[in-house]
Design a protein around this ligand. Structure first.
Ligand code: TYD
Ligand code: MG
Length: 451
């Protein structure tokens, strides 16, 4: 009699280990191993029958641009690369409560000529109805199926002709043939594979919703990222109403585009002029605030960078940053100490990107540095200026990309002056009526901004 060999599978990345380990050697996550019974392995023998499989010449393949399905949510379509591609499998990931189900429902309500099948494993049909009512849009073409057994769901799909399927969420789905619990890596992977086949063979676009949780037993959707065509991430800060939709992977479009939404009591609303929104609550004349022109995707967005520098009360100075990389802040502080001669050893430094968005491009370095200096000296930054530039370790202001777009956006919103790296000056062709000042050193940039 053969012994049943159990294996331990990392619920984050799918790494298999013969015994339990605390830290995954593959993805370095802690406490992610769960015992799973192996599925009975059937070894298929090669039969003598010749297969009829033939490769096709690339010239004979009909690559007619399949018409994309527009969702009527412009921000959403842009992130997808111009609408939904029939037969594509799309993963929508995000923290619990960020608004994934809301986004899916809103999209379903907007799609007027497609029958949408909304498979829900988390909420009851009544809860879904209540959400739809809250969104104040009537959609007749939405079918709700509250079920988690994927085999039954596939049967329903095959009997009907949905134009689009939403599976909310993949972690609740299970295939009865597998022994492991719903949400485990093997269930999530198997369910996704099944949905992938369905999408490809029937040409139906399928959305799969997945939670991204670091801790706990739920499988991270990372294990299925390579299987799907598109990975969308919905993110935002819990205490802000802004939500950013990002494509982390897209076989049918660019991964640079982002869509910005705002959560209201009647659902998500598109934000068409992000700069105006992010600058609307600016506090003029206060120290520690600089406007920067950041590029999100291919779009320029003006945001306010705030800093607060106060003397330390309890020995260890604190450093804190919201919306900006903490290590990059430490580096900028070191540069400011060494090259500008600031004494920050006994100062607490807090940095915040207003509006709750995250920025991770170095072009905002100059804005962060100028806000810090402004707060420390309690001198406001010129409120009619925008600052962009990466700061090098030597205190030099380094060249950045998309300078023209940043200049245009600043001019469009009525700013008088933009401080840019001097090496970027030659690539700006038209100034759109704004004064452009080139700087090559951090000291000069601070002088230009703080006077
Ligand atoms: P939900 O879509 O259920 O999140 P997810 O599916 O990602 O877990 O939305 C969760 C939050 O959104 C919830 O806290 C309530 C809020 N919300 C609004 O503020 N306005 C609305 O119109 C809706 C439907 C939800
Ligand atoms: Mg949900």
């Amino acid at each position: 009699m053969s012994k049943v060999v159990t294996k331990y599978v990392c619920q984050s990345c799918g790494y298999v280990s013969p015994r339990w380990v605390g830290k995954c050697p593959n993805c370095s996550e802690w406490n992610t191993f769960v015992e799973e019974a192996p599925a009975p392995v059937k070894v298929a023998r090669r039969s003598g029958v010749q297969s009829k499989l033939e490769p096709v010449s690339i010239e004979d393949i009909d690559a007619d641009d399949t018409p994309r399905i527009k969702t009527d949510i412009a921000e959403f379509d842009r992130v997808l690369g111009g609408g939904l591609v029939p037969g594509s499998l799309i993963l929508l990931g995000g923290d619990p409560g960020i608004g994934k189900s809301t986004l899916m429902m809103q999209m379903a309500l907007e799609l007027k000529d497609q029958v949408v099948l909304y498979v829900t494993g988390e909420e009851s049909a009544r809860q879904i109805k209540l959400r739809a009512e809250r969104l104040k849009a009537a959609g007749k073409n939405i079918l709700i199926l509250a079920e988690t057994n994927l085999d039954l769901i596939i049967d329903v799909i095959e009997r009907g002709e949905p134009g689009l399927i939403i599976v909310d969420s993949i972690q609740t789905m299970y295939r009865p043939g597998l022994e492991s619990a719903p949400g485990s890596v093997s269930q999530v992977r198997e369910s996704t594979a099944l949905l992938l086949r369905l999408a490809k063979t029937r040409g139906i676009p399928i959305f799969v919703v997945g939670h991204v949780t670091k801790e706990g037993v739920i499988a991270g959707p990372r294990v299925i990222e390579h299987m799907v065509d598109t990975v969308l991430q919905f993110e935002g800060e819990a205490h802000y109403s802004y939500r950013v939709l990002r494509a982390l992977k897209n076989r049918f479009g660019s991964t640079n585009e982002i869509g910005i939404f705002e959560m209201h009591d009647t659902g998500l609303r598109e934000v068409q002029n992000p700069s105006e929104v992010f600058l609307s609550q600016r506090h003029y004349g206060a120290s520690g605030s600089t406007v920067v022109a950041s590029i999100e995707g291919t779009r320029p967005i003006l945001v306010e960078v705030q800093a607060l520098v106060t003397s330390t009360n309890y020995g260890m100075p604190q450093r804190n940053s919201t919306g900006f990389d903490f290590r990059r802040l430490a580096l900028l502080l070191a540069v400011l100490e060494k090259r500008v001669g600031l004494n920050l050893g006994q100062q607490d430094v807090f940095v915040n990107i207003a509006g709750g968005i995250k920025i991770d491009e170095p072009a905002v370095d100059l804005g962060i540095a100028s806000s810090i200096v402004s707060s420390l000296r309690d001198i406001p930054v010129d409120s009619t200026s925008v600052a962009v530039g990466e700061i090098g370790l030597g205190g030099e202001i380094r060249t950045i990309g998309y300078i023209e777009k940043r200049v245009q956006e600043a001019a469009k919103l009525g700013f008088k002056r933009i401080i840019v790296p001097s090496n970027n000056l030659k690539s700006v062709k038209s100034n759109g009526g704004i004064e452009i000042v080139g700087v090559d050193r951090i000291e000069k940039a601070i002088e230009a901004l703080l006077g």
